[in-house]
Design a binder for this molecule. Structure first.
Ligand SMILES: CCCCCCCCCCCCCCCC(=O)SCCNC(=O)CCNC(=O)[C@H](O)C(C)(C)COP(=O)(O)OP(=O)(O)OC[C@H]1O[C@@H](n2cnc3c(N)ncnc32)[C@H](O)[C@@H]1OP(=O)(O)O
Length: 148
């Protein structure tokens, strides 16, 4: 068993010129890659296994992430099947000079734990033992449903 809060991972990237287009906005592909990586880390921390991405839900880029911003990616596991692991992944941009922070995108990634032969392998049960964990799971289940 692994608790939801143990899977909670945040990762910040300082947006540099090599991340942006000619308008000084972060390429969507970079944002997706950062999300995939942090989601995979949450899934691996949960399962104790190598995890591969099986599905990515709809993804809207609601606001641009500007050159010089900090991009904060947060992921956690909110549900699991026999071998699959569901994660909620969100991104916020922060203007480091003002501390102003805004959500730019959110999505749901499904990973599958694999063994040495790259075949799906069993994952543990997810536990939720705190009020914060309950809130995060509820938020993810509601968000997943509204993403359908
Ligand atoms: C080797 C070195 C390691 C080093 C470690 C270091 C890593 C450090 C961090 C990693 C950082 C970046 C990591 C990014 C992660 C990638 O970028 S991975 C690359 C992109 N993904 C891939 O290449 C995966 C390609 N797909 C596959 O290999 C196979 O389709 C899969 C995903 C293993 C599934 O295999 P399968 O035989 O079809 O599985 P099957 O038995 O039908 O179903 C198994 C489970 O998967 C679920 N499932 C399958 N497909 C889907 C789907 N499309 N949607 C939802 N659920 C699905 C099933 O519902 C089932 O769930 P459970 O009921 O068991 O819970």
């Amino acid at each position: 068993m692994t608790d939801l809060m143990e899977t909670y991972i945040e990762n910040r990237t300082l947006v540099q010129p090599n991340h942006t287009n000619m308008l000084g906005k972060t390429h969507g592909g970079n944002v997706m890659k950062w999300m995939d990586e942090v989601g995979a880390m949450a899934a691996m921390r949960f399962s104790g296994e190598t995890c591969v991405t099986a599905r990515v839900d709809r993804m809207n880029f609601d606001l641009p992430i500007r050159l010089g911003d900090s991009a904060l990616v947060t992921a956690y596991v909110y549900d699991a099947g026999s071998t699959s692991v569901k994660t909620r992944v969100t991104v916020e941009r922060e203007d480091l000079r003002t501390g102003e922070s805004e959500r730019t995108t959110e999505s749901y990634f499904v990973y599958v734990a694999i063994d040495e032969d790259e075949r799906p392998t069993a994952v543990p049960e997810l536990t939720v033992t705190s009020a914060k964990g309950d809130r995060l799971r509820e938020t993810a289940l509601d968000g997943e449903a509204s993403h359908e």
